[in-house]
Write a protein that binds this ligand. Sequence first.
Ligand code: CA
Length: 220
Amino acid sequence: MRVLLVEDDAMIGAAVSQALKDAAYAVDWVRDGELAIDAVRSETYDIALLDLGLPEIDGLEILRKVRSGGARLPVIILTARDALDDRIRGLDLGADDYLVKPFEIGELLARMRAVTRREGSGAAPILTNGKLQLDPATREASYFEEKAVLSAREFALLRALLARPGTILSRSELEGHIYGWSEEVESNAVEFLIHAVRKKLGNTSIRNVRGVGWMVDRST
Ligand code: CA
């Protein structure tokens, strides 16, 4: 899952983006409104985290522009404790939820799961195609008799595939779900992750379509 983090505070931005990476999100962190609006226009994000107090273009204006441009991605706004009016305006402008700073990372991650669940096709917290099961809260996966806890990146890979059972995803599509802009990606990184997941869950858990990409079976 790809996250756009819009935050001008260097310490908060660094801490949140590291925590999101640790939790298996691909993170693009921008520090001002222009870059945020450009990013939403040029990339597909599963969710945006939006600080309201930003230089030049503030968060509410970004939200208004993004929504009036037709982007429907889930947005969680990050606000100061005393900014009640901003929170109300943010929700009215199309934010899906908000968090008051300072917040616990665990609560942010839970709200992100809740908001993306509401948005996504499957309302169930457990992702499954009938054979593979994946719990986003714990990263536990199972496939027939096999059970394993996945690493952050193995989880990001399997989550991307399980969000679209029966659809082949190419290497670059998978990379887009696993790595942010700032991350160096080794050329065989996706193969390495596929191999690691198969080792834990079994060789048939992920199918290879030679020269095209990978998929998990259509839901049964
Ligand atoms: Ca700020």
